[in-house]
Design a protein around this ligand. Structure first.
Ligand code: ACM
Length: 265
C-alpha cells in the first residue's frame, strides 16, 4: 500500500495558494495510487506569526472551514486518506495547532497539538486530548504534530491503541526529530511518516528532510533539505502488528508497567 509525505513550501499568509498546493500534491499522489498522504504542520497559513491578531484572520473552523472541505472532496474523489496541519479556530475564538484527518467516506477527526513549541504558546491554545487511532482503507493510523516528537508517551499510547502508521505533520527547525522518529519507530515497531516543510520565514529556516521509517527503523524514503517534494513508498502495515523485537522479546508484554508509576505522577 502506497503512502506519501508531502514536503511542501507554504507561502506565508496565503491560504488560497497553499490550498491549491495541497490539491496539486493530492492529485499527483493519486496518480501513483497513494492511499494515505501526510502534509506538514500549518501548511495552509505558514508558521511564524508575530501576533495572534494576524493568525486569527487566517484560522478556520474544522470541519466546516475551506481547507477541511477541500480535503474532504479530494479524499472522496481520489480514495485517499489525508492528514494535514492547519490553524483551527473554535467557536470560542481559541486557535489550535491541529492535524485534520479525512478519508474517502468523510471527516475522521482533528488532533490538537498538545506540546506547543517556543512562541507558539503566545498564539495557540494547547489541546487537551490524546490522539485517536483511525482504521480506514486497511491502515490503522494516528497523528501527532511536530514538537510532540519530544514526548515519547504519545507514540507509545498510540501504539498500545493499535496504531500501525504514525503520521507526523511538522514544521521542524531543529535537526533532531528526523533522528528521534527512527527511535519512535523502532521502540514501538510502527511506521512513522514525518512530513516536514521547507523554506524560511523571518528568522526560521525549516529543515525539510521529510521521511518515512519502517518498524525496524529503516529509512524507506527521505527528502532533501530545501526542495518541495512528494515522497512515496510502499508499506505493508501488517509488519507493524508484530511487536516482537527479537523472537523472545515483545515490546508490549515485556514492559514493567508497575514500576513506571513515576511516569504519570
Ligand atoms: C515545532 O513544533 N513546530 C517545532
Amino acid at each position: 500500500m502506497k503512502v506519501a509525505a508531502a514536503q511542501t513550501h507554504p507561502r506565508f499568509g496565503q491560504p488560497e495558494e497553499n490550498r491549491l498546493i495541497t490539491r496539486r500534491f493530492c492529485r499527483r499522489a493519486a496518480q501513483q495510487d497513494v492511499r494515505l498522504i501526510v502534509f506538514p504542520e500549518l501548511c495552509i497559513t505558514g508558521y511564524n506569526f508575530s501576533s495572534k491578531k494576524a493568525l486569527v484572520r487566517l484560522a478556520e473552523p474544522v470541519p466546516n472551514g475551506p481547507t477541511t472541505q477541500l480535503w474532504l472532496n479530494l479524499a472522496k474523489a481520489h480514495r485517499l486518506i489525508i492528514v494535514g496541519g492547519l490553524a483551527e479556530l473554535d467557536d470560542k475564538g481559541q486557535i489550535f495547532n491541529s492535524a485534520v484527518v479525512v478519508g474517502p467516506k468523510g471527516f475522521l477527526g482533528c488532533y490538537r497539538k498538545l506540546h506547543l513549541f517556543g512562541s507558539e504558546w503566545e498564539l495557540f491554545s494547547a489541546g487537551n486530548q490524546i490522539p485517536q487511532v483511525h482504521s480506514v482503507l486497511g491502515f490503522k493510523f494516528g497523528a501527532i504534530v511536530c514538537f510532540d516528537w519530544a514526548f515519547p508517551e504519545l507514540a507509545r499510547i498510540l501504539m498500545l491503541e493499535g496504531c500501525e502508521v504514525l503520521c507526523h505533520p511538522s514544521n521542524l527547525v531543529l535537526p533532531l526529530a528526523q533522528r528521534v522518529m527512527i527511535a519512535r519507530s523502532i521502540e514501538n515497531r510502527l511506521f512513522t511518516i514525518t512530513a516536514n516543510r521547507v523554506g524560511t520565514e523571518r528568522d526560521l529556516q525549516f529543515t525539510g528532510r521529510s521521511q518515512i521509517i519502517s518498524p525496524s527503523g529503516d529509512i524507506l524514503v527521505r527528502g532533501r533539505s530545501r526542495r518541495s517534494q512528494l515522497l512515496i513508498t510502499e508499506i505493508n502495515p501488517a509488519e507493524a502488528r508484530n511487536k516482537n523485537i527479537t523472537p523472545t522479546n515483545n515490546l508490549i508484554t515485556d514492559r514493567r508497567v508497575k514500576l513506571y508509576k513515576r511516569l504519570i505522577s
